[in-house]
Design a protein around this ligand. Structure first.
Ligand SMILES: Nc1nc2c(ncn2[C@@H]2O[C@H](COP(=O)(O)OP(=O)(O)OP(=O)(O)O)[C@@H](O)[C@H]2O)c(=O)[nH]1
Ligand SMILES: [Mg+2]
Ligand SMILES: [Zn+2]
Length: 356
C-alpha cells in the first residue's frame, strides 16, 4: 500500500525540515494516536506503530508538551530487527496547548498541526458562552484559524438566532450551525478538510464531535455515544485524541470531551478571542487602567451603555486573572531553575578552583 502523504498535509516546508533526518532507515509519518507512549502513525507505506527512541524519551522527559501527539509529523526509524522507533518530532506549525492538571505551569499538547481549530458546542442544551470563550482563547493561541461549530441544530427552535447570539462572543470567528442528524451545515465544513488540510474538533463530551467526523467521512470511523443522555452529561465515548484521514483527502482530529481546560501563557489568544474588549481597554485614558472607576475608562463606559455585556466582561477578567497567575507560577519555576543552574555552575567552578 502506498499513501500520498501530501493528502495529510506533507509539503515542501516539512520536506526541508526532514532533510536533517533523511537516512535510508528513516521515513516521515504523521501520528494518528498515542497510547501510553506507543504512537500509531501513517507513513508512505501504511500504518505503523512505534515507541519513542531512548534519546527522544530522555530529551522530553521533563516536558510533556514535547511528547508526540495526534497530528504531529515525526521521523520513524526501522531497526534491523524490524522494531520501529520515533526519533524526532518535526517542528509544529500550530498546537493546541492546555495546562496539565498537576502542579506547576506545565503544558500538554492536545492536537498538533491543525489548520482549523473548531470549538464545538451544542445548540441543545444551550451553548455555554464562557466555555466557548475559553476554548477560543486556546484555539487563537494555537496559531490555527478558529471556528465555532454549533452542533445539534435540529434540536433548536431558532438555530440562526442562537448562532447570532454566539457570534457576539466570538469576534472575527465564523460560527457554523450544523446538524449531523440532518446533514445540514456540513457543506460549510467540507472546504476545511480538503487534501492537505486538517480540522481539529474541541469541546465537551456528548456534543457530537465523533458523529460529525463520521458525517464528514461518509462512513462510520468513530464510535459515538449510543443513546443521548437527557442530562446532557454523557460519559466519554472517545477516549483517545485521534487523527482520522478523510477518504477524499485531508484529516480531522477528534478529541475526547474536555471538561475543564486550563490556560497557560495564552495572552495573545485572549487578546484575539476578546478583540472587542481589548480594543476598548486600549482606549482607556490611562494605559494601566484597571477599569475600576478610573476617569476616562472606555471599558466602564461600554458596560454602562450596554455595548459590553457584563457577562463577557467578567469572563475576560476571569481568564485574564488565570493567565496572569500561570505566568507568575511560570516565572517562579524559571527563576528556581535558573538558581539551580547557577548553583551547579558555582559548585563546579569552586571544585575546579580548589584543584592546583
Ligand atoms: N439530535 C442530534 N443528535 C446528535 C447530533 N450529533 C450528535 N448527536 C448525538 O449526540 C450524542 C453524542 O455524540 P458523540 O458524537 O458521541 O459525541 P462526542 O462529542 O464525540 O462525545 P465524546 O466522545 O464523549 O467527547 C450521540 O447520541 C449522537 O447521536 C445532531 O446533529 N443532532
Ligand atoms: Mg467522541
Ligand atoms: Zn479602563
Amino acid at each position: 500500500m502506498t499513501l500520498d502523504l501530501s493528502s495529510l498535509g506533507w509539503d515542501d516546508d516539512l520536506a526541508v525540515a526532514y532533510l536533517a533526518h533523511d537516512r535510508a532507515e528513516q521515513r516521515p509519518a504523521r501520528v494518528t494516536r498515542v497510547d501510553r507512549g506507543v504512537c500509531t502513525a501513517v507513513a508512505g507505506d501504511g500504518v505503523t506503530r512505534g515507541s519513542l527512541s531512548g534519546a527522544l524519551l530522555s530529551a522530553t522527559a521533563h516536558d510533556p508538551a514535547k511528547h508526540p501527539c495526534a497530528g504531529d509529523w515525526v521521523v520513524l526509524r526501522t531497526w534491523p530487527d524490524d522494531r520501529v522507533t520515533i526519533e524526532a518530532i518535526l517542528p509544529r506549525r500550530t498546537a493546541i496547548v492546555r495546562r496539565t492538571a498537576g502542579k506547576g505551569s506545565v503544558g500538554q499538547v492536545l492536537a498538533a498541526n491543525l489548520d482549523t481549530a473548531a470549538v464545538v458546542e451544542p445548540m441543545d442544551p444551550s451553548p455555554d458562552l464562557g466555555r466557548i470563550e475559553r476554548l477560543l482563547t486556546l484555539a487563537w493561541e494555537s496559531g490555527a484559524t478558529p471556528l465555532v461549530i454549533l452542533s445539534k441544530a435540529d434540536l433548536a427552535a431558532d438555530p440562526a438566532g442562537v448562532a447570532e447570539q454566539v457570534a457576539e462572543s466570538a469576534p472575527g470567528v465564523e460560527v457554523v450551525p450544523v446538524s449531523a442528524e440532518r446533514g445540514s451545515g456540513l457543506d460549510r465544513l467540507r472546504p476545511l478538510v480538503t487534501a492537505g488540510r486538517t480540522l481539529g474538533l474541541l469541546g465537551p463530551s456528548g456534543v457530537g464531535k465523533s458523529t460529525l467526523v463520521n458525517a464528514l467521512a461518509g462512513i462510520r470511523v468513530m464510535e459515538t455515544q449510543a443513546t443521548r443522555r437527557v442530562d446532557g452529561k454523557g460519559r466519554h465515548t472517545t477516549t483517545y485524541r485521534t487523527l482520522i484521514p478523510m477518504p477524499d483527502g485531508g484529516a480531522v482530529i477528534d478529541t475526547p470531551g474536555i471538561r475543564a481546560v486550563g490556560l497557560l501563557d495564552a495572552e495573545t489568544g485572549l487578546d484575539r478571542a476578546f478583540a472587542d474588549v481589548a480594543e476598548l481597554a486600549a482606549a482607556c485614558r490611562f494605559n494601566d487602567c484597571r477599569h475600576n472607576g478610573e476617569p476616562g475608562c472606555a471599558v466602564r463606559a461600554a458596560l454602562e451603555s450596554g455595548e459590553l455585556p457584563p457577562r463577557r466582561y467578567e469572563s475576560w477578567c476571569k481568564l485574564q486573572r488565570e493567565i496572569a497567575y500561570e505566568m507568575r507560577r511560570l516565572d517562579v519555576r524559571l527563576a528556581a531553575e535558573e538558581r539551580t543552574r547557577w548553583k551547579r555552575i558555582n559548585r563546579s567552578m569552586r571544585a575546579r578552583g580548589a584543584r592546583p
